[in-house]
Each structure stands twice: as structure tokens, then as C-alpha cells.
Design a protein around this ligand. Structure first.
Ligand code: AMP
Ligand code: MG
Length: 422
């Protein structure tokens, strides 16, 4: 296995790797997975396009009317007064119009109908008076008005959607509008998932004294599934070197990436570090952030039986924060997304004070609301990194930059909405 470029981080303070540097390292290191499959358009919702979709046709295929109205020859219209024109036919959407529009003539035209031969302008029906077999058009009509040109949406032979795009409902519609029924998408990224900890109990078992239910596997399963990954849930693994080694080998053999929670904090990392050194190349980072300071990243296994490893902390909020700040962008790169979308970030007025010292980036949980035409954010009560309810109540992260000190009520802070993500 080629060595991972960890040496480029050699100058980092071992007590504090910055959030942006850690994220950039992940993005520079992982590469998109190889492998395509062909799918029917609907099955491809949420998948990443593997090849450009080239438009086989012009869309629209012909000049057509943008409005219900009257197809006319602009040169016939009097610039100063009303013009009377003779009705010679009707142009319906979906079939060519039989009538030709000659000098002094007009045809009734429906939205989407092909412009009849001879006509070059559409007058909307609301301004026209009909008198028997004629119409009266007021002055002030512009040349070529209300006409959609052939190819104005998409041109034959040009890429309609570039490779690397995630297929949303809009892209499915564009593909369908080209008459294409099947497309090539990248295969799903396979992610193996397990929790570590002797204290963890799986659902369905009684809670023994001192034990906690394993919640991280549920939040991680949800986040990975929403991202569009194929999730391989390997359950809970005890803090035992033999069990952990077996789990890592099995995970590496069947996945592109492994996401674990727990076992990377100082007390536990030592035996995990020795194990990782045997299995591959993994760095244990202390990231200058709260929550989510300890994190492991690297590659474990051999050849085809190897996978990226994201070892997340055990605290449930830290799991979600580190997933969104690091694992999500890295997995998006593995999925082949190009360009990588950022979580939208904007400034909002914070309605309560927040305690903070400079040195670490903090990701507090907040609730966004509108007040007097301004976006405001209210922190969700207790912010302990084990308080998962703070995530459940929140709809955004409040991102407090590393060098920032405490926040007074009324100051502006950066927020990242996570609606639709968590
Ligand atoms: P660790 O990083 O393993 O030291 O765990 C830190 C804290 O997170 C401890 O209080 C653990 O009990 C808790 N924790 C670890 N894993 C999980 C999990 N899968 N579900 C819920 N809590 C967890
Ligand atoms: Mg643990």
C-alpha cells in the first residue's frame, strides 16, 4: 500500500489540528470509487452521474408559443394604432399547424404549440378583441415576443448534465425531457459500521447497571443512508483486541470505508493504536474542536481487502458533528461528486450569550428563527457532547471560529442549517 501523505501534517500541533486542515487532508487523500452501473431514470434518484448526459436533441425541438394567444406577422402590425387580422386557423400543442399565416392573417395558438409557418410573434389573448372571423390587435407588440426558441433550453450534441452531478428530481426531469430512459451512474459507496465499547447494549436487550444503549449506530446508519451509501451494520464490538481485529479485517474486506464510534479517546487509544499499526496506516488526531476532539483516520487492510477508516469519538453529539464536518465531505468525494457541495453557512444574530474560550472551533446546536426580517439563532440549552437531545431539538450548528471568544447576546454568529441532513 502506498504511504498516506501524513507527513504533510508533520508541522501540526499534536494537541490541535485545525478543523479546516483536517478536512482538507481527507479530501486530498481519498479518491472516487471505480465502478459504474446502468439504471432506469427513476432508480437513479440520489445517485451520482458517471458520464456526461449528452443531449441527442434540441429542447424544445421547435420554436413554440410561451402563451395562449394569436400567432401574427410582426411586420403587419401598425406601430401607432390597432390592426385588424383575419383568422385562418388554430395551432394546438402537440401537432403541426395546418394553416400558414400570410400577410394580414393570424392563427389562434395554444401554449407549447409550434409557431405556424409565416408567423414570427405571439400576441397574448388578454389584449386582443375577437370580432367574428377577425381579431383586433393593440399597438406596442414587440418582434418575436412570447416565442420559445428551438434549443433555448438544451442543444443537441452538448452536455445537458455533467458527470459528477448528484441526480435530484430536476436532473431526472431533464434526462426524461431528452427521451433518455437509462443512464450510467457510479456504484454506491459501501460503508461498514460498528460501535465499540464494553458498556454498550443493543436494542432488545435489558439495560444492565452502568450500561448504555448503543445510539451511535442509529444516528450513523441514518446519516449514511441519507447520504446514499450502502450500509453494512456490524453491530457492537467489545473493547477487546481480538474481537476488534477480527471486526476490522472483516469490515475492510467488504467495504470502501469503515466508520466506527468510540475507542479513540486517550484512555482507550493505546491498545487500538497498536492494533491499527498492525492492520494498516492510521493517524490518531486531536482536532482543535468541540465536541469531537479525538478522531482516527487512515487505511486498513491489504489490496482489495482494504478500506478507509474513520474512527469517530464515542460521545453521541461528537459522532454527529465529526460526521458532518469530516466524514460526509470525504464520502462525497468517494461517491464521485464534483464539485463537492458545502454545507450552506451564513451569519445570524445569536439571541443568548455563549461561553467560549479562544483556541478551538465549537459546533453548538441552535434553532433558527426569523425576527423583524432578520435570521436569528437560539442555542438549544445544555450543550454537553453526550446530550443527543440537543441535536434532536436543533436545526443548525452554531459555528464559533477557533479564535473567537465568548459571544454576547445580540452578536452575529455563523450558522450551518442541517435540515434535511440529520
Ligand atoms: P469513548 O469515546 O469510547 O470513550 O466514549 C465516550 C462516551 O460516549 C462514553 O460515555 C460512552 O459510553 C459513550 N458512547 C460510546 N459509544 C456509544 C454508542 N455507540 N452509543 C451511545 N453512547 C456511546
Ligand atoms: Mg469506549
Amino acid at each position: 500500500m502506498p504511504a498516506l501523505p501524513f507527513t504533510c501534517l508533520d508541522d501540526y500541533d499534536p494537541e490541535a489540528l485545525s478543523v479546516s486542515r483536517a478536512r482538507q487532508f481527507l479530501l486530498d487523500t481519498v479518491q472516487p470509487v471505480a465502478g459504474h452501473e446502468r439504471l432506469f431514470v427513476r432508480e437513479a434518484l440520489g445517485r451520482v452521474l458517471a458520464e456526461d448526459v449528452i443531449s441527442p436533441v434540441d429542447v424544445p425541438a421547435h420554436d413554440n408559443s410561451a402563451m395562449d394567444g394569436w400567432a401574427v406577422r410582426h411586420a403587419d402590425l401598425s406601430p401607432a394604432g390597432e390592426t385588424r387580422l383575419k383568422i385562418v386557423g388554430t395551432a394546438f400543442a402537440g401537432r403541426p399547424c395546418e394553416a400558414k399565416v400570410g400577410a394580414g392573417e393570424t392563427a389562434r395558438i395554444m401554449t407549447g404549440a409550434m409557431i405556424p409557418e409565416g408567423a414570427d410573434c405571439v400576441v397574448i389573448q388578454e389584449v386582443v378583441r375577437v370580432e367574428g372571423k377577425t381579431i383586433i390587435v393593440p399597438p406596442g407588440q414587440k418582434p418575436a415576443q412570447n416565442i420559445r426558441r428551438a434549443g433555448e433550453d438544451l442543444q443537441a450534441g452538448k452536455p445537458a448534465i455533467p458527470a459528477g452531478k448528484r441526480l435530484r428530481p430536476a436532473e431526472l426531469g431533464v434526462i426524461a425531457s431528452l427521451g433518455i430512459a437509462e443512464i450510467s451512474v457510479r456504484r454506491r459507496v459501501r460503508v461498514a459500521l460498528f460501535s465499540t465499547g464494553d458498556e454498550l447494549i443493543s436494542l432488545g436487550m435489558p439495560l444492565t447497571p452502568g450500561a448504555v444503549y448503543d445510539s451511535n449506530r442509529y444516528t450513523l446508519w441514518g446519516m449514511l443512508t441519507r447520504l446514499g451509501c450502502e450500509v453494512i451494520d456490524m453491530g457492537v464490538v467489545k473493547d477487546d483486541p481480538v474481537a476488534l481485529e477480527a471486526a476490522f479485517r472483516e469490515a475492510a474486506a467488504c467495504s470502501d470505508a469503515i466508520v466506527t464510534s468510540g475507542g479513540v479517546s486517550v484512555g482507550e487509544a493505546d491498545f487500538v493504536k497498536q492494533l491499527m499499526a498492525r492492520l494498516g496506516e492510521v493517524a490518531f488526531w486531536k482536532i482543535a474542536m468541540k465536541p469531537g476532539k479525538p478522531m482516527a483516520f487512515g487505511r486498513i487492510g491489504q489490496g482489495k481487502e482494504s478500506a478507509w477508516l474513520f474512527g469517530l469519538p464515542g460521545n453521541p453529539v461528537a459522532v454527529m458533528v465529526t460526521f458532518y464536518q469530516f466524514v460526509r465531505p470525504a464520502l462525497m468525494k468517494l461517491m464521485g461528486l464534483d464539485p463537492l457541495p458545502h454545507l450552506p453557512t451564513f451569519a445570524a444574530r445569536c439571541t443568548a450569550p455563549i461561553k467560549k474560550g479562544p483556541g478551538r472551533t465549537e459546533f453548538q446546536r441552535g434553532i433558527l428563527f426569523r425576527d423583524n426580517d432578520e435570521w436569528c439563532v437560539r442555542p438549544t440549552g445544555h450543550q454537553g457532547s453526550g446530550m443527543l437531545s440537543s441535536m434532536a431539538h436543533a436545526d443548525c450548528f452554531i459555528v464559533l471560529e477557533a479564535d473567537r471568544g465568548k459571544v454576547e447576546a445580540g452578536e452575529r454568529v455563523l450558522v450551518q442549517p442541517f435540515e434535511g441532513l440529520v
